[in-house]
Design a protein around this ligand. Structure first.
Ligand SMILES: [Ca+2]
Ligand SMILES: [Ca+2]
Ligand SMILES: [Ca+2]
Ligand SMILES: [Ca+2]
Length: 418
């Protein structure tokens, strides 16, 4: 995964360098030929998050046979379209990038972070290449109008049909301040949009504890459309759900999250007493110490030990671990994870969630950073900043749960440090 991303990054960089180099040249002969555009065939729309697909558009009045054409992303492999593949006159053809490797289904997927899709003709010449940006679920990158040189991110997709009707402003980012609201505190929601030429309205919708959604117009302040969710009153606890809607003057609508209101963002107003849990010991660089338990293969991964100093078992379901104290919701602890009274539990910081519920989606930096345990509402339970670490030595509290930390040459993963 890392290696693949690195290769992709390298390819993007080299493509970018090439582009910059061509920009500096005045000679036309350095430019890539755009064979299909001349032929009226276009990569017209790309979806790369959730469902990955590429839509081709034929702007001419006659059917085009593209048997043997090849399509490729930034990876090393390309995919040959089968015999008999055609794009109808003034019509569209969808190629599904779902890694199934048959018919109109390619042997690769697309990166939601952005990359280049290349179409080659049956002679292997590059017919067209489109570099798309980061895309979220429900968004696509396409030509407006169909077959033109004007690209935009749309908050709506139009797989297999004209882009024009679907063109909607796209909501790229949503921010919440504060990240972890206290009881009876107002909360500011900010939305960043792109493709706003035809923007009509931006609205925030919010609902507390399952009530009907209330809408609030979002007004542009700096780069962001902004609205406020009011404070809910002293002592009021519960769940606030919210989402953002953007409408174009043509009536096209987009949402974030894209399938709102079925899906929404939320925060929790909560005043539970925080549990007696402690970040107790960490390992940030292991080569020989204490491998994890995945499938009998020794993996010398980073880990975090949590200590329950109370006299009762504690259920950690829905709490969070993070290596960034400003991003408490980084890695959610799944349901069913408990620590017995006075007990210890090891979490693996290995970015290998498929290895089980105790595997978190971050690693610890040998050069030092922070690790925190956060409650279900994002409030901090326990955290520790640490400096540069030596291989195979841990850093932990002595005594368990205490505030004085030291290096251990004999780590005690899952057991007392005392
Ligand atoms: Ca389309
Ligand atoms: Ca590490
Ligand atoms: Ca592992
Ligand atoms: Ca320990």
């Amino acid at each position: 995964m890392m290696a693949k991303n690195f290769v992709r990054l390298a390819v993007v960089c080299s493509a970018l360098c090439t582009l910059l180099m061509f920009n500096g040249c005045s000679s036309d002969e350095d430019k890539e030929p755009n064979i299909t555009a001349a032929e009226g065939l276009f990569i017209n729309e790309i979806s790369a998050s959730g469902d990955d697909w590429v839509e081709l558009y034929n702007s001419t009045g006659s059917q085009k046979d593209i048997s043997g054409y090849r399509i490729q992303d930034d990876g090393d492999v390309d995919y040959e379209l089968p015999d008999g593949t055609t794009v109808p006159a003034n019509g569209f053809l969808v190629i599904y990038c779902d890694d199934t490797n048959t018919g109109l289904h390619t042997n690769f997927k697309l990166s939601s972070g952005g990359e280049t899709v290349t179409l080659k003709n049956s002679s292997g010449e590059i017919a067209e290449a489109v570099t798309y940006p980061k895309l979220d679920n429900g968004q696509s990158y396409g030509r407006y109008p169909d077959g033109s040189d004007n690209f935009a991110i749309s908050g709506n997709t139009s797989q297999g049909s004209s882009n024009d009707e679907a063109n909607a402003p796209a909501i790229t980012t949503i921010l919440r301040t504060p990240t972890v609201p206290a009881l009876n505190q107002e909360v500011t929601i900010q939305a960043e949009l792109t493709n706003t030429d035809q923007l009509s309205t931006v609205k925030l919708y919010y609902s507390f504890e399952g009530a009907d959604y209330t809408s609030a117009a979002m007004t542009k302040v700096g780069n962001y459309y902004t609205a406020i969710i009011p404070a809910q009153g002293a002592g009021v606890t519960g769940t606030m759900n919210y989402y953002v809607e953007a409408k174009s003057t043509t009536g096209a609508v987009s949402y974030k999250p894209f399938d709102a209101p079925a899906d929404s963002y939320h925060y929790l107003l909560n005043n539970d007493a925080l549990p007696a849990l402690h970040v107790n010991e960490i390992m940030a660089s292991s080569t020989t110490c204490c491998p994890d338990d995945d499938g009998g293969v020794d993996e010398f991964d980073d880990w975090i030990e949590i200590y329950n100093s109370s006299a009762s078992a504690i259920d950690l379901s829905g709490m969070y671990l993070s290596d960034d104290l400003s991003d408490p919701f980084k890695s959610k602890i799944p349901n069913g994870v408990t620590i017995p009274a006075g007990g210890f539990l090891l979490f693996w910081a290995d970015e290998q969630g498929s290895q089980g519920p105790l595997h978190m989606n971050f690693k610890l930096s040998k050069s030092g950073e922070s690790v925190g345990l956060f409650y279900i509402d994002g409030r901090k339970i326990s955290s520790k900043d640490f400096g540069a670490q030596d291989d195979n030595k841990s850093f932990g509290a002595f005594v368990d749960g205490g505030s004085t930390w030291q290096q251990f040459t004999s780590p005690t993963p899952g057991a007392s440090n005392n």
